[in-house]
Design a protein around this ligand. Structure first.
Ligand SMILES: CC(C)[C@H](C(=O)O)[C@@H](O)C(=O)O
Ligand code: SF4
Length: 478
């Protein structure tokens, strides 16, 4: 008898069930565990107190990112500079001590490979198709871009995975986001995922794992796929993933943690078999026409508060749901915006190009293409470009992108989470706006009182040049 058609998610899930309980809860094997400094100290401490070891240190990789300053980490004479903030320093020191104590691979703050954990995983070939990947971090969904089932976990689960290499989980429902057609010029994967979240809402994916399907994703680079999957959590989903294909295999081949020789060939054969079967059904399906996606920006304090750049700040009354009306009123008050204002009239004082959503080489290239031969506007006080990893930084420097950024008036920084969230010195001052390529525009996200507008790297570069939110297509080909 032919087996029932299954989705990509179901195939990965089934391949990792260690034990299934009567109520449907499963003990799931975890293939890869990424660790950063913020959510790991208590987990390691708990292991220590219980006298436990890490079950599979070889499947665990640690790297600092959130608390690191992005200014130079060493003095000109090579001395390592101290971290001023006490809590940050303590968390970084804990990771630095815990990794060798528990025998875990550790990329330290001074290594060329250091970077944001979600940039480092795929870049090192640690994140592989068909694997289960966890990290004590909500944006772990990013790794779904290489066809992994990847999701964020809490600190107590970090401890559980460290100790057992397994997790107790209930299966998720399946959701398909199918994008038909082709994205237009100047419309990027970031615009697409902002648009998708605008359509489904921040609760649209709750209880689901999303599979992004359709011709747009087949043509999309790995970098773009990581951007899309990264923000699945902003649509409420547990994880997001895209079927692995030759684009992914070519990207991963030869990377340090990727399999080699016969093991590589065997892996590719299995990876090819993971695509959702014809006839498999999803619990929910959303269809998006790529032609409807424009360069998109956020106006409020939730990632679903998005509008095409040619649009206006919406009126709270335009929402039918009374709680959304109230939320929109509060958002607009916080953001200092009046309904009806054209987005292109909104001035920005800060530009942040970075974060695990948009700090890969393609993102920097897209921003640099807009900035080439141009300068930031006089009202733009602070503009920073923060590569997602030391390897991205080096590649960008080899291509001369750092000079394009600095000549345009940007600061060229060391890798880290930076101004994505206010856990390190990179902050947006109260009341100021930031055109930001990150993934969250929550109240206070980039510093107390900061006002975030989410957008793509090309759009952030356009905003830097004009000092206002700007349709990048107007600057293209000029
Ligand atoms: C600090 C960390 C736990 C947090 C997360 O889980 O995502 C951070 O990375 C974020 O983006 O808000
Ligand atoms: S870059 Fe931002 S979203 Fe990504 S892990 Fe760091 S803080 Fe979280």
């Amino acid at each position: 008898m032919a087996s029932k058609p299954r989705t990509l998610y179901e195939k990965i899930w089934d391949a990792h069930v260690v034990e299934r309980q009567d109520d449907g809860t499963c003990l799931i094997y975890i293939d890869r565990h990424l660790v950063h400094e913020v959510t790991s100290p208590q987990a390691f401490e708990a292991l220590r107190l219980a006298g436990r070891t890490v079950r599979r240190p070889d499947l665990t990789l640690a790297v600092p990112d959130h608390n690191l300053p992005t200014t130079p980490r060493t003095a000109p004479d090579g001395t390592r500079l101290p971290i001023a903030d006490k809590q940050s320093a303590a968390q970084l020191a804990a990771l630095e001590a815990n990794a060798p104590a528990f025998g875990i691979d550790y990329i330290d703050a001074f290594a060329a490979e250091q970077g944001i954990v979600h940039v480092v995983g795929p870049e090192q070939g640690f994140s592989l198709p068909g694997t289960t990947i966890v990290c004590g971090d909500s944006h772990t969904a990013a790794h779904g871009g290489v066809g992994a089932l990847a999701f964020g976990i809490g600190t107590s689960e970090v401890e559980h995975v460290l100790a057992t290499q397994t997790l107790l989980l209930r299966p998720s429902k399946t959701m398909e986001v199918r994008v038909e057609g082709e994205l237009g010029p100047g419309v990027t994967p970031k615009d697409l995922i902002l648009h998708i979240i605008g359509v489904i809402g921040t609760a649209g994916g709750t209880g689901y794992v999303i599979e992004y399907r359709g011709p747009v994703f087949k043509k999309m680079s790995v970098e773009g796929r990581l951007t899309v999957c990264n923000m699945s959590i902003e649509g409420g989903a547990r994880a997001g993933l895209i079927a692995p294909d030759d684009t992914v295999f070519e990207y991963l081949k030869g990377r340090p943690y990727a399999p080699t020789g016969q093991a590589w060939d065997d892996a590719v054969e299995w990876w090819r078999s993971l695509a959702t079967d014809d006839g498999a059904s999803f619990d929910k399906s959303v269809v998006i026409d790529a032609a409807d996606v424009e360069p998109t920006v956020s106006w409020g304090t939730s990632p679903e508060d998005v509008v095409a750049i040619g649009g206006v700040v919406p009126s709270p009354d335009s929402f039918s749901d009374p709680s959304k009306q109230e939320a929109a009123r509060k958002s607009l008050d916080y953001m200092g915006l009046a309904p009806g204002t054209p987005l292109e009239d909104v001035e920005v004082e800060n530009i942040f190009i970075g974060s695990c959503t948009n700090s890969r080489i393609e993102d920097l290239r897209a921003a640099a293409a807009v900035l080439q031969g141009r300068k930031k506007a006089a009202n733009v006080r602070w503009a920073i470009a923060v590569p997602g990893s030391g390897l991205v930084k080096r590649q960008a420097e080899e291509e001369g992108l750092d000079r394009i950024f600095t000549e345009a008036g940007f600061e060229w920084r060391e890798p880290g989470c930076s101004a994505c969230l206010a856990m390190n010195p990179d902050k947006v001052p109260p009341g100021e706006r930031c055109a930001s390529t990150s993934n969250r525009n929550f109240v206070g996200r980039q510093g107390p009182g900061s006002r975030t507008h989410l957008l793509s790297p090309a759009m952030a570069a356009a905003a830097a040049v004009t000092g206002r939110l700007t349709d990048v297509r107007k600057l293209m080909g000029e």
